[in-house]
Ligand binder design. Structure first.
Ligand code: NAP
Length: 560
């Protein structure tokens, strides 16, 4: 059944009495929730649609055992409202997925946002009507009880808060569909859960998601077979129950913590070892070897994945990077009992050229008798069979559950799943055929009045996504206000301003070791995807400066 109701399906309340919307926000994760709140505060009639049955985004879909944050929760949380950050109590330093989901549900209710949200709706197309300068969205039901419903919505502005890592990448392996056990992806984990205890489990993928599943389940499953194509440099997370005095200390110092985080060139986190530690501007190679090692050691013991924020040269200078590599190699050899397994677990890419997974017993898992590490680089998977996994050599591993921890079509995947057509009917898939092109990771030339939050070519992967979402949605709000003030209908970035941003982004990455490694930052985790910088590594202060300059002069935009 198709209906014409703008807000939703027939019979559902329409928050705006059937009127068209100013803004359609797609996605109810950290960014979408924040954007809906900001736009509503600005007086814009905003509707949010979400494919899931509830809020949470990443934290809704990634329900796999062991899923938790790798940035301290006191920082990986909203800073735009002091009331919110003072009121919410975190129970662990690094919260688990259920707690982050509860937090986002609480924020949604606390800000009374649900009335303007519609769940179980996937935006399948977005077409620009250039005469009216309005977008028409086709929305389809994801509700298995009402699968054939669809609706059309009209809005002036579209904000894609669809997430950087939200389009799951399933491996292409012959026979995958013939598997008769449970086949699951970490990024689309079944809500009803999967029986793992006492069963034979196979995990494909050994980055952040795989590491978390493996360390969490190794003690409860009968047998765990880990299929590793590339090893990753894992850093100890050292999660702990939240100490009340630490939480009180952070809350008392939030203004300074949030300010320092936004002023840092690094990942936008300043808490470490129970105190405020701003990002450093020192070079590792300027220190004496014993001082350098002492610093690495302190960071290793303090926990968290941001070893890189101690020195500015670790991801730039090969000698400095090699120093860190030697330090980390020794740690792996120290923890893993079997020397052959330890060597397999030592990566061959430079540390910090991929996001390091947070480790809480991952390396120790390989000391267990029920855990086997299988090197599928030297002996690749040939096929998935009805009962397990067969390698090219003919070796077969029986598994009852096959977990694909194989990542996401990062950055561009979520937008490209939607049939988006801008000026003169140009499709985004066509426009990005040779690689993504954005202006400040937030807009795309030829696609006026469409915005991306935490999108490709934004600082999202190297900065704090909640902080970035607030900043970007305010930037979008300011652009909308500028359009109204000018009596215009739309805003679009100039193509040369966009090209300048892409050149800058590439130049920043080219100064680092990052492009040398295949990673989702480089779009190099998906076969056939253009290899390019998908994340901005120039730091938030420079990004903010460029955004503010673009707003002040508006010379990088065309008001139509
Ligand atoms: P990922 O970093 O893209 O890793 C995917 C893994 O799957 C890699 O080990 C990859 O091997 C393997 N893989 C992919 N396709 C394969 C194939 N066809 N055959 C065999 N192996 C294959 O994905 P992710 O682990 O989901 O993490 C993505 C990002 O999400 C993280 O970097 C992080 O930013 C975020 N995340 C964060 C947390 C957290 O702690 N808060 C947890 C999970 C995820 P290759 O390396 O050889 O390609």
């Amino acid at each position: 059944m198709s209906d014409r109701s703008l807000a939703g399906w027939a019979g559902e309340p329409d928050p705006f009495g059937g009127e068209d919307y100013d803004v359609l926000v797609v996605g109810a994760g950290f960014a979408g929730i924040n954007a809906l709140y900001n736009f509503r505060q600005q007086g814009l009639r905003t509707l949010l649609v979400e494919a899931g049955s509830g809020v949470g985004g990443t934290w809704f879909w990634n329900r796999y055992p062991g899923a938790r944050v790798d940035v301290e929760s006191l920082e990986y949380s909203y800073g735009f409202s002091d009331e919110l950050q003072q009121e919410w109590e975190w129970s662990e330093k690094y919260s688990s997925q259920p707690e982050v989901l509860r937090y986002l549900e609480w924020v949604t209710d606390r800000l009374d946002l649900r009335a303007d949200m519609r769940f179980h709706r996937r935006v399948t197309s977005l077409h620009l009507d250039e005469t009216l300068m309005r977008w028409t969205a086709t929305v389809s039901s994801t509700d298995s009880e009402n699968p054939s419903r669809s609706a059309r919505l009209s809005c002036r502005y579209v904000v894609l808060a669809t997430g950087f890592l939200s389009s799951p990448n399933f491996p292409v392996i012959p026979g995958l569909e013939s598997f008769t056990g449970d086949l699951v992806h970490t990024g689309a984990w079944p809500r009803e859960g999967v029986q793992l205890a006492g069963r034979a489990i196979g995990v494909i993928g050994t980055a952040a998601s795989g590491v978390q599943v493996i360390q969490e389940t190794c003690a409860l499953v009968k047998r765990l077979t880990v299929f590793q194509r590339s090893a990753n440099w894992c850093l100890p997370l050292r999660n702990q129950t939240m100490a009340p005095e630490y939480q009180a200390f952070v809350k008392a110092n939030y203004p300074e913590i949030r300010r320092l985080a936004q002023d840092s060139r690094g990942p936008g986190m300043v808490l470490m070892d129970g105190r405020i530690v701003p990002s450093e501007s020192r070079r590792a190679m300027d220190l004496a070897p014993e001082e350098r090692i002492a610093d690495f050691e302190w960071r290793w013991n303090a926990g968290g994945v941001h070893m890189g924020r101690g020195f500015v040269d670790l991801v730039v200078d090969e000698d400095a990077n090699d120093e860190l590599r030697r330090f980390l190699e020794a740690k792996i050899r120290e923890i893993v009992d079997d020397p052959e397994v330890a060597e397999l677990l030592i990566p061959d890419h430079p540390p910090l050229t991929r996001r390091p997974p947070g480790e809480s017993g991952y390396y120790r898992a390989f000391n267990r008798a029920n855990v086997e590490l299988v090197d599928i680089r030297s002996d690749p998977i040939a096929a998935v069979t009805p009962t397990g996994v067969r390698l090219r050599s003919g070796r077969h591993f029986d598994v009852e559950v096959l977990v694909c921890a194989t990542g996401f079509d990062s950055g561009t995947g979520a937008a490209l799943r939607i049939d988006i057509r801008g000026r003169e009917g140009i499709s985004l898939r066509e426009y990005w055929a040779d690689g993504a092109r954005t202006h400040l990771g937030m807009m795309i030339s030829r696609f006026p009045n469409m915005f991306l939050l935490n999108g490709p070519q934004s600082p999202g992967p190297h900065f704090s996504p909640p902080v970035l979402a607030d900043f970007q949605s305010r930037h979008v709000g300011a652009l909308i206000a500028a359009v109204d003030k000018a009596g215009a209908a739309a805003v679009e970035p100039h193509e040369d301003a966009q090209a300048e941003w892409v050149d800058h982004l590439n130049a920043v990455y080219a100064r680092t070791l990052i492009p040398k490694t295949d990673s989702w930052w480089m779009g190099a985790n998906i076969p056939g995807k253009p290899r390019q910088a998908l994340a901005y590594g120039g730091g938030f202060p420079e990004y903010r400066r460029r955004c503010q300059a673009a707003l002040e002069e508006l010379s990088e935009y065309e008001l139509i």
